[in-house]
Design a protein around this ligand. Structure first.
Ligand code: IPM
Ligand code: MG
Length: 358
């Protein structure tokens, strides 16, 4: 059956990195994979064209697709818009609309890029961890939220941190399943010493864990986890955590390997339908200059084949092609060492395509 892929390049470098990911899809299609793509707008581009960051046309497209490939959204041009129209609302809107509650963010240290990390090579050598971030709950979506003036006449802003048992159960289960397929170690990150939400979180994770006696479960407070990630990152294999903690820890983890430009992510619903995107943002400062690293988006294509299309073989080929181009010394600016030759976004995409076809 033909797989329908909704392609949402987004804003700024989103367009450039997506063009390279499409080259990779084209190679696979030329080999006979039944793929159909349809392009749509999300974020600032959608605001410009249709007056909304997640317009109806994109909702239709995304709901009908088998998987969604996303570039990056946002930029200074849109910073002054009211909150409902900000590009980020488009991203949060599509996650919530499609029920993409499970966000897989792997962090890998490529041996070829060890020098690009700000940590000592011996600390990050062989690093391979997976952060599983809950993506549709927590303080991101909790109600009530808003602005008000309190009894003393002082302005306040407030948000609600919130998790239900069912929300924690389903993400915990995926955490244990992921750990089972890897080194059978799961670390749940919370703030149980302070937050009610976290007390429920920890209780539920422990209960779900009873069904996975083969997985070694540990718990860590989020502040300690932030520290341990730079102190001794290899102690972790799979981390499962809530939306806001996962947002912060995954940015931190993305730097361990040297560049945020290398890391893909998957966001899945209960049926395994997913949206795939690089972890990095839209980088307006380098947009339109053929400077962005397209590898995270290309690796996101790999994750799409693995998680949504059950084609781990294609994911492995894409991973191997990326490793191959790194081994051959191809570097965009973000992963180059002083003195190394720097190539552009398009040239990097071409190098991956060539490696795939070998
Ligand atoms: C991310 C981003 C988003 C988030 C923003 C752009 C809304 O930081 O995907 O991590 O906070 O989830
Ligand atoms: Mg983030």
């Amino acid at each position: 059956m033909t797989k329908k892929i909704a392609i949402l390049p987004g804003d700024y470098i989103g367009l450039e990195v997506m063009a390279e990911a499409v080259k990779v899809l084209d190679v696979l299609r030329a080999e006979g994979e039944a793929l159909e793509y349809e392009f749509g707008l999300l974020g600032g581009a959608a605001v410009d064209a249709e007056g909304h960051p997640y317009p109806e046309s994109t909702q239709k497209l995304a709901r009908a697709a088998d998987a969604i490939l996303l570039g990056a959204v946002g930029g200074p041009k849109y910073d002054e818009l009211p909150r409902e129209l900000r590009p980020e609302r488009g991203l949060l809107g599509i996650r919530k609309d499609l029920g993409l509650f499970a966000n897989f963010r792997p962090a890998l240290a490529y041996a070829e890029l060890a020098a690009a990390s700000s940590l000592k090579p011996e600390i990050i050598a062989g690093l391979d961890l997976l952060i599983l971030r809950e993506l549709t709950g927590d303080i991101y979506f909790g109600q009530p939220r808003g602005r008000r003036t309190n009894a003393e006449g002082v302005e306040e802003g407030y948000d609600t941190m919130h998790y239900s048992r069912t929300e924690v159960e389903r993400i915990a289960r995926l955490g244990f399943e992921a750990a089972r397929k890897r080194s059978k170690k799961l670390c749940s990150v919370d703030k149980e010493n302070v937050l009610e939400t976290s007390r429920l979180w920890r209780e539920v994770v422990i209960e779900v864990g009873k069904g996975y006696p083969d997985v070694e479960l540990s718990h860590m407070y989020v502040d300690n986890a932030a520290m341990q990630l730079i102190r001794r990152p290899r102690q972790f294999d799979v981390i499962v955590t809530g939306n806001i903690f996962g947002d912060i820890l995954s940015d931190e983890a993305s730097m361990l390997g040297g560049s945020i430009g290398m890391l893909p992510s998957a966001s899945l619903d209960v049926n395994g339908k997913g949206m795939y995107e690089p972890i990095h943002g839209s980088a307006p400062d380098i947009a339109g200059q053929n400077k962005a690293n397209p590898l995270a988006t290309i690796l996101s294509v790999g994750m799409m084949f693995k998680y949504s299309f059950d084609r781990g073989d294609i994911a492995d080929r894409i991973d191997a092609a990326v490793k191959g181009v790194l081994r051959a010394g191809h570097r965009t600016g973000d992963i180059a060492q002083p003195g190394e030759k720097i190539i552009g976004t398009r040239e990097m995409g071409d190098a991956v395509v060539a490696a795939l076809q070998r």
